[in-house]
Design a protein around this ligand. Sequence first.
Ligand SMILES: *[C@@H]1O[C@H](CO)[C@@H](O)[C@H](O)[C@H]1NC(C)=O
Ligand SMILES: *[C@@H]1O[C@H](CO)[C@@H](O)[C@H](O)[C@H]1NC(C)=O
Ligand SMILES: *[C@@H]1O[C@H](CO)[C@@H](O)[C@H](O)[C@H]1NC(C)=O
Ligand SMILES: *[C@@H]1O[C@H](CO)[C@@H](O)[C@H](O)[C@H]1NC(C)=O
Ligand SMILES: *[C@@H]1O[C@H](CO)[C@@H](O)[C@H](O)[C@H]1NC(C)=O
Ligand SMILES: *[C@@H]1O[C@H](CO)[C@@H](O)[C@H](O)[C@H]1NC(C)=O
Ligand SMILES: *[C@@H]1O[C@H](CO)[C@@H](O)[C@H](O)[C@H]1NC(C)=O
Ligand SMILES: *[C@@H]1O[C@H](CO)[C@@H](O)[C@H](O)[C@H]1NC(C)=O
Ligand SMILES: *[C@@H]1O[C@H](CO)[C@@H](O)[C@H](O)[C@H]1NC(C)=O
Ligand SMILES: *[C@@H]1O[C@H](CO)[C@@H](O)[C@H](O)[C@H]1NC(C)=O
Length: 882
Amino acid sequence: MATTCKHTLLLSLLFSLFLVNSAASEAEILLQFKNSIEDSMNTLSGWSNATAIHHCNWTGVSCTNPAPFFVSSLNLQSLNLSGEISASICKLANLAHLNLADNLFNQPIPLHLSECGSLVTLNLSNNLIWGTIPEQISQFKPLQVLDFSRNHVEGKIPESIGSLRQLRVLNLGSNLLSGGVPVVFGNFTELVVLDLSHNPFLVSELPADIVELGKLEQLLLQSSGFYGEIPADFFKGLNSLTILDLSQNNLTGNLPKIEFLPNLVSFDVSLNKLSGSFPNGVCEANGLVSLSLHTNFFNGSIPNDLINECTNLERFEVQNNGLSGNFPSWLWSLPKIKLIRAENNRFTGEIPDSISEAAQLEHVQIDNNSFTSTFPLGIGKVRSLYRFSASLNGLYGELPPNFCDSPVMSIINLSHNFLSGSIPEVKRCKKLVSLSLADNSFAGEIPESLADLPVLTYLDLSKNNLTGSIPQELERLKLALFNVSFNKLSGRVPASLISGLPASFLQGNPGLCGPGLPNSCLDDKSISTPSGFTKLTCALVFTALAFALLVFAFAFYLIRSHKQKSQLGSWRSVFFYPLRVTEHDLIMAMDEKSARGDGANFGRVYVVNLPSGELVVVKKILNFSSQSSKALKNEVKTLAKIRHKNIVKILGFCHSDDSILLIYEYLPNGSLGDLISKPDFNLQWSMRLKIAIGIAQGLAYLHKDYLPHLLHRNLKSNNVLLDADFQPKLTDFALDRIIGENTFQSVIASESASSCYLAPECGHTKKATEQNDTYSFGVVLLELLTGRQAEKKESEEASIDVVKWVRRKINITNGALKVLDPKISSSFQQQMLEALEIGLHCTSVIPEKRPSMCEVVKVLQSLETSLQDFEFSASVDSSVPL
Ligand SMILES: *[C@@H]1O[C@H](CO)[C@@H](O)[C@H](O)[C@H]1NC(C)=O
Ligand SMILES: *[C@@H]1O[C@H](CO)[C@@H](O)[C@H](O)[C@H]1NC(C)=O
Ligand SMILES: *[C@@H]1O[C@H](CO)[C@@H](O)[C@H](O)[C@H]1NC(C)=O
Ligand SMILES: *[C@@H]1O[C@H](CO)[C@@H](O)[C@H](O)[C@H]1NC(C)=O
Ligand SMILES: *[C@@H]1O[C@H](CO)[C@@H](O)[C@H](O)[C@H]1NC(C)=O
Ligand SMILES: *[C@@H]1O[C@H](CO)[C@@H](O)[C@H](O)[C@H]1NC(C)=O
Ligand SMILES: *[C@@H]1O[C@H](CO)[C@@H](O)[C@H](O)[C@H]1NC(C)=O
Ligand SMILES: *[C@@H]1O[C@H](CO)[C@@H](O)[C@H](O)[C@H]1NC(C)=O
Ligand SMILES: *[C@@H]1O[C@H](CO)[C@@H](O)[C@H](O)[C@H]1NC(C)=O
Ligand SMILES: *[C@@H]1O[C@H](CO)[C@@H](O)[C@H](O)[C@H]1NC(C)=O
């Protein structure tokens, strides 16, 4: 007994000695590996023999567990690593998984890693790996997961890859592979995922031996160069297939018969040149979620007897084919269906009222078919529908009053049908952007309620039988297209709908009158002076306003005097910059003399001369949510840590219980807004472009590079300050984090209810997004391009903001040229037009269509580069003596 005990003790002692040893050496191996890596973000700083942390607990390292602890997995994904992947790592005898995906390794395929005898997973996805796949790839024998996707790997796939018989995942997608695909796939009997997608230089028939892969679940060959027919027995052995994507290749011939694929979830053969009839068998798989056959030459009809199948279908895309026959009615009421696209076919049939059962339906496009149907009440009951497009069909009858009841409805196109009756009032669909009812038989008046749709931008009511006058209220909208031609409208056209819109959009209505139209209105005088009634209303409104102002001013006075008493109360300050000033000095210096502006924009601004002679800007914020002083400090610190050449520095802050003083650096040149509003604003194009790029860079930095990611939320040309070199700097950013979301929202709402810098969706969506900032940027860019202030009060015309103004002008032939600031030489026209395009994208009413600020920076910078080339060549030209 005693000896056994001793033995065990000795053994375990030995064992732990061995352990300590191996631990030390494994840590050293890791450090050696790290040595050859460039770690620009220092994320591996914890990898150090100086710390007490066991190497199994270092970033990305996992060990076998329980003891003995050997490194089994290294996951260094997304750490911005570069340098060299050293073979030294293979000294870790138990290393099974190596994931270096999403880094910046710039080298050929690291063949030496085949020395790692236990390696099962190698993931080098999304690096800068280049060169060919060498024959010696076969040395990675035990490998089960090989992911080289999203690199620059080129050349042919070598036949020797067929020796990797253990492979479960082979991903070579998004590379530059070329040539044919070798017939070795039959060897991969364990293969579950095969991805050769997005290799545009591959030219190959489909590897026929794929059919033998009974375990294959995902076959992803889209957007490569596969051509020829799909072999007749292609789907025969693929019993485990869940995802098939052969889209965007050059496949021809008939789609072969689909044997029963019980697990099929997604089937995509779109954008090829396939013909034949609708593949019957796919719906036998009850789990099918997505079926896409679009843009081929399929013909014949879709069987109507699949009603109990495809119950999980969410996406159905058969557009751009030659399909005909009755559109299957079962499709319209599938419980999970989200997307139906069948445009450009020859389908007939009705849209059944049971479409209301399709409670998830979001998007229907059946334009250019032969549906003969009424617009059923059921459509209005689908709350998720955001696009319904059925132009060029035989729809008839009246539109039901609920036709636009879906709260997310954004696009309706019912043009070129036989709809009649009057256009119902629309109230619920506040997100409607585009409504086209052209070329129908609608009669009656244009509903005034259209003017209550805040983002309505395209309105086409042409070629109907509409009567009455054009509602004055429509002036409120930012309409880019307003076409009412060929109706029976009459009366005065609202002034702002004439200015800027092509006359052709009003033609064919003999009764319409107004300046610039064939008929000027007879009663011009009597209408242009307000009637007694409106005079009275004006007076009443004015009195009410004045009273409100008085009350407000009084309240403000009370608050202010209260504040002043507590002004020298307990102040706490944090400086991020050596400011030699006391809170007391600061507050004493903030008087009427040093105040700037009117206190709008979240608080009054003062320019304070510090005892050191330095000037700083102090912004005094009164209303803020009662965060704890610690939380507040953290928020301000977050903002103050930002260091970017296009963002104004926060030097520090002081706060008491009821106010915050934010101290910013002082810039002597004022704001871009001041500059543009000057009557003699005349900045050359290169300067304007430079300013635009700087603003975009500042925003991109806030959105993407700075942690935490921030939103500006209050961008306008008045919040873009300029330094001595006209380098722009953003100020007043991310104040929501300091004053709290609720206060922020209410200030924004009260100060700028109709600010044209705010994206249209700001009114009805609560959540702030990057796209809101992009919109505001777009407005500033349009200001730079047109030389017009964003909100210009014009004496005669109703005030019209720059977005509306530009949108309208560009609808006219050569209109785009007319919006550009005439003070800039026409030699920059091409450049400015390209910038205008960006401005229009940024101010798209549909938030998803706006580019990210990073994209904007890229495009603007490319303009700047070509500008420099241009100026260089111009200067060379002008230096040539005549
Ligand atoms: C850490 O490792 C380096 C080289 O591997 C060695 O020079 C150094 O002495 C080690 N430090 C400690 C504290 O072990
Ligand atoms: C890693 O850290 C955890 C928790 O901090 C600890 O329980 C564990 O023992 C450490 N592992 C090793 C091998 O030191
Ligand atoms: C990643 O590394 C590249 C080059 O090493 C560098 O330019 C870039 O700024 C780094 N990104 C981050 C987020 O650190
Ligand atoms: C490789 O890493 C990327 C990036 O995280 C990941 O998306 C991919 O799924 C991984 N590949 C495999 C085969 O797991
Ligand atoms: C397929 O596997 C067999 C058996 O391991 C092997 O002999 C053959 O060379 C492999 N095919 C290719 C193309 O590597
Ligand atoms: C399809 O083939 C045509 C020529 O036959 C070629 O021009 C085209 O690039 C190919 N498309 C794809 C996606 O490979
Ligand atoms: C489908 O097209 C083929 C020729 O591409 C034609 O022979 C066949 O009759 C068509 N089928 C139907 C139902 O139109
Ligand atoms: C309508 O679809 C047919 C094919 O069915 C196509 O040839 C035609 O160009 C389409 N018309 C329009 C206006 O898109
Ligand atoms: C509506 O459909 C017609 C015909 O398909 C098309 O020409 C028009 O561009 C569509 N209008 C909108 C705004 O999408
Ligand atoms: C417009 O109405 C008139 C009668 O009021 C009718 O004759 C004509 O066909 C209608 N036009 C259209 C396009 O519906």
